[in-house]
Design a binder for this molecule. Structure first.
Ligand SMILES: C[S@@+](CC[C@H](N)C(=O)[O-])C[C@H]1O[C@@H](n2cnc3c(N)ncnc32)[C@H](O)[C@@H]1O
Length: 248
């Protein structure tokens, strides 16, 4: 079976209801961590001028929903027909419009510069060659690029060695973590002038959810947010999550 076929098979097998609603039923701190990724990426990008965006490896539509609720019209591109069906249900249920396209991130079926923005969240590490997909995103976007992926870093190597992170995911792919400098150079080589990146420490594997649930309530949640921000000011730059942002 090819790696793409394995991805399609795995993402077909996920629980539809869980995927459609994700992250609504997650503990509040986990919802915060997910939203915080996008908020931070948008902050680093500065002013967003795109009215539309392509969500590459957009899955069941969580990232598309984030964008739609910020007034950006999303298109989802994904290999998995089942993920796209779930994204359609999410959009109907939660009141936003989305365009769905089945395709491969490594060969985007779109003409040059046909979206204002291209965004990916936790998708490219499923590909054999994430940088090829970055080339494609840089080709189809006119104004802004947002890439949010696991970072290739000493900390993630340590996390793998200690069993806190995996080398091979349940979908069967090796986790191709992104090197920030490599990704920046690749985007610059495609003619993008303003390219920057940042790293953060963000960890929310399933097994952590019961621990995060202890921080649901008002004061405990505020303590969590404060601790998260302090930890990231201190050591975020060595963190496991990388954002690469670009504008032309
Ligand atoms: C971990 S999910 C992330 C989904 C979404 N971005 C999110 O954060 O909720 C990864 C997605 O990448 C898709 N995918 C994997 N390989 C792909 C490829 N070569 N082209 C397009 N999509 C792909 C999978 O079908 C899956 O929906």
């Amino acid at each position: 079976m090819t790696s793409r076929a394995r991805q399609v098979e795995f993402f077909a097998s996920l629980d539809a209801e869980e995927e459609i609603e994700r992250p609504r039923h997650y503990p509040r701190p986990v919802r915060f961590l997910l939203e915080e990724k996008l908020r931070r990426a948008l902050d680093l990008l500065g002013r967003v001028t795109s009215a539309d965006a392509l969500c590459v490896c957009g899955g069941s539509g969580m990232d598309a929903e984030w964008l739609a609720h910020r007034g950006i019209r999303p298109t989802i591109l994904d290999l998995s027909p089942e993920a796209l069906t779930r994204a359609r249900s999410r959009a109907r249920r939660h009141g936003f419009e989305v365009t769905l396209v089945r395709g491969d991130a490594a060969r985007l079926p779109f003409s040059d510069r046909c979206f204002g923005m291209a965004l990916v969240h936790d998708g490219l590490h499923h590909l054999d060659e994430p940088l090829c997909a970055i080339d494609e995103m840089a080709r189809v976007a006119r104004r802004e690029l947002i890439v949010m992926e696991p970072a290739r870093a000493a900390l993630t190597r340590l996390a793998v060695a200690l069993g806190f992170a995996v080398e091979i995911e349940p979908a069967g792919n090796v986790v191709r973590r992104l090197d920030a400098a490599e990704a920046r150079a690749r985007i610059q080589s495609r003619g993008w002038r303003h390219v920057r990146s940042a790293r953060d420490l963000v960890y929310y594997q399933r097994w952590t959810f019961p621990y995060y649930q202890r921080f649901e309530s008002g004061p405990a949640f505020s303590v969590f947010v404060l601790a998260y921000r302090l930890v990231n000011v201190a050591i975020g730059r060595w963190g496991n999550s990388v954002k690469v942002l670009a504008r032309r």
